[in-house]
Design a protein. Sequence first.
Length: 155
Amino acid sequence: MFMSERFLTRQAVFVIVRNESNEILLQQRANTGYLDGYWDLPSGHVEYGESLLDSAVRETKEEIGIIVSPDDLSLIHIEQFFFNNNYVNYTFEAAKWDGEPKIGEPNKCSAIGWYAINALPEKCVNAVRSNQKSGFSQELTFSKTTAENYDSLTR
């Protein structure tokens, strides 16, 4: 099959941070133009030339002010996301981290909070829901989000 146009895929990283009560840290999106008011994991785009691990370390520090070592990150979920844009989302879990979580980007985040995985906020972004469907497994899982199942993940 010949394609006259190349389709590019963006990459994003998401980081699950758990506390001693096994709750996960979520942040509420604000002023981004995409799912504002929804809860999300610390996350962001992979920059040109940046490894996935380096991106996850950087985004975690920028967004919630904690320090994570690349050696303490485990890849637990890959999601192909085909809705509006093509993405491959990589979710890592931090085995340990240093610092006190706080809002690092108040222009993009209105709140942060710890949530039990069986009591998440009603409005969560697709990456949170995709990980929830896998039971927040610490084993590598895979999902695919399309226009057909997008609404069921975010609503």
